[in-house]
Design a protein around this ligand. Structure first.
Ligand code: G4P
Length: 527
């Protein structure tokens, strides 16, 4: 299996995360430019949803078109195959981002030097921590008057609960920004704003005590830099790649993405230290990428925008073995055999039909509505991959069918939208009332609009007084049955038929936990 091992060893699959506006889209584009994957700026469209648009769903539809082409951007760089996975910027689509993070091996986190660590970054970092995903930080917008770099590093450590190790250090900031000293490669990288060429102005500079430093950045800046580097070397332990790979330390780079500054060194360090495809846990065992037989899972489904062609693209992360076009694979759920002839790989802006793919790669499979998020595909034997749990939504609304003639279409539409992961559906045991749960308010507009456009069904939504949907379990069946019986009015089932308790308030949930000690309450669907 030499070929397989070599292919795995050269793959780097990662995502960029940030709070909206920190510079994720800009950095993505610059990485592609420096990586040689695209030639012109402006090629990567922002997947931001601009809330001021009069009809939000129009904006969302537009974004759906854009997000297919930017879902995965693959390119070759320095002998490595890089797969960059896009994550939605808008917080209402946070669940999409969470799921995408299950398909990457590491992340680059962008932080705005003026704003520091923001709320969305904190939330995304929590997801990275769940799987000890290695994180590399890029502090952006150094051309602006930002916060003190030491203060920013402290804030990352405190708010994101991870140790940091600067691998580059800024010389000045805002108007006085002169460049960075690259501690990883021992180079001086001088800043020239608005420089058109995609090359960093780098100078080999082993010894910052050399008097030449003054010639480049002047006396004051040189003195300050020497002092700060001394402080860094004293305060922060030497950078350990192993600690980074274990998710214990985040190396930090400084730069300005829009000015092409600091991106090259970030990319060069990334390809040197970022992890190759890792092993992944299934319900039964750990799957190692070098295993001969193919396994993979669906982490994203994208519906076709043209209602006349109802096919969808399911995005599969290859976890082990070689994926081959036209070969029969099993799906764990319902143990069904499936074969895919239309298989797409994503290379920067282009899609291309491929015959095979390796661990770390993402392939797009055209599907007519069979696959759903979390589905595992395998060649010989397999069980579901863990790590794509559903979390309790924040907003709950009952689905009101406004056109009884279209009940069937509504059922189908709802099921397919839920398979795509647009929202979660809970069905009450009593009265079969259907409750849609989402993280953000925008999804209700998306669902209403798409049900109408794609399935011809009309719905309204009625707000519900629900605080959380909690999955419940018990050691023995009798306890569970008794609980279900006594709380039947508040019991629903999720898409997999698992019991969910719809708690109206925090206090009430606490009371249930006190009164039914044999019932375990879970805040995610994976327990
Ligand atoms: P996002 O995907 O994380 O939401 O951020 P995005 O890249 O869209 O960047 C948000 C804004 O920050 C953009 O400005 C972008 O040009 C700007 N930006 C990115 N990197 C830097 C940087 O290094 N320095 C400075 N000063 N600004 C930066 P915008 O006005 O919202 O959009 P645009 O009209 O410039 O595209």
């Amino acid at each position: 299996m030499k070929g397989l091992e070599q292919e795995i060893a050269r793959r780097r699959t990662f995502g960029i995360i940030s709070h909206p506006d920190a510079g994720k889209t800009t950095l993505t584009e610059k990485l592609l430019l420096f990586g040689g994957a695209i030639n012109t700026a402006g090629a990567v469209k922002s997947n931001k949803i601009k809330m001021h648009a009069r009809s939000d769903w129009m904006e969302i539809e537009k974004q759906r078109g854009i997000s297919v082409s930017t879902s995965v951007m693959g390119f070759e760089y320095n002998g490595k195959k890089i797969n960059l996975l896009d994550t939605p910027g808008h917080q209402d689509f946070a669940e999409d981002t969470f799921r995408t993070l299950t398909a990457v091996d590491s992340v680059i986190m962008v932080i705005d030097c003026v704003k520091g660590v923001e709320i969305q970054t904190e939330k995304l970092m929590e997801v990275c921590r769940m799987r000890n995903t290695p994180v590399l930080a890029f502090i952006n917008k150094l051309d602006r008057e930002g916060r003190d770099p030491f203060e920013l590093l402290d804030e990352i450590e405190q708010k994101l609960n991870i140790k940091v190790r600067p691998l580059s250090w800024p010389i000045g900031m805002g108007k006085s920004f002169r460049g960075v000293y690259n501690l990883f490669e021992k180079r001086l990288n001088l800043f020239e704003p608005g420089k058109a060429k995609i090359t960093d102005n780098q100078i080999e500079f082993e010894d910052i005590n050399s008097p030449e430093l003054e010639d480049y950045i002047g006396e004051n800046a040189a003195a300050e830099l020497r002092e700060e580097i001394e402080l860094i070397e004293g305060v922060y332990p030497e950078f350990s790649v192993d600690e980074y790979l274990n998710g214990e330390v985040a190396p930090v780079f400084f730069g300005s993405a829009v000015n092409n500054f600091g991106v090259n060194e970030l990319l060069n360090c990334f390809v040197q230290i970022a992890p190759e495809p890792k092993s992944r846990e299934t319900e039964e065992r750990e799957v190692i990428p070098t295993e001969k037989d193919f396994t993979g899972f669906v982490f994203k489904i994208h519906a076709n925008m043209d209602p006349k062609h109802r096919n969808r693209i399911a995005f599969i992360r290859v976890c082990s073995g070689k994926f081959e076009r036209n070969k029969f694979y099993h799906r764990v759920r319902e143990n069904q055999k499936m074969r895919f002839s239309n298989v797409t790989a994503f290379m920067a802006q282009d899609k291309e039909i491929i015959d095979e793919a390796y661990p770390g790669d993402i392939v797009g499979l055209y599907d007519t509505g069979n696959l759903k998020i979390g589905d595992t595909l395998f060649e010989s034997n397999g069980s579901n991959f863990k790590g794509i749990p559903a979390f309790s939504p924040e907003i709950f609304k009952e689905v009101i069918n406004k056109d009884a003639m279209k009940t069937k279409q509504l059922e189908k539409g709802l099921r397919q939208l839920m398979d795509e992961g647009v929202a979660q559906l809970f069905e009450y045991e009593m009265g079969s009332r259907k409750i849609v749960g989402t993280v953000g308010a925008l999804q209700f507009e998306v669902i209403q609009h798409r049900l109408k456009e794609e399935y011809g069904a009309s719905v309204a939504f009625q707000p519900q007084n629900i605080y959380k949907a909690c999955w419940v379990s018990a050691e023995n069946e009798k306890d569970m049955n008794e609980f279900i019986k006594s709380k039947r009015r508040h019991i629903a089932v999720d898409k997999d038929g698992k019991y969910v308790f719809m708690a109206e308030s925090k206090a009430w949930l606490q009371m249930i936990q006190d009164n039914f000690p044999d019932i375990k309450v879970h805040f995610t669907s994976e327990f």
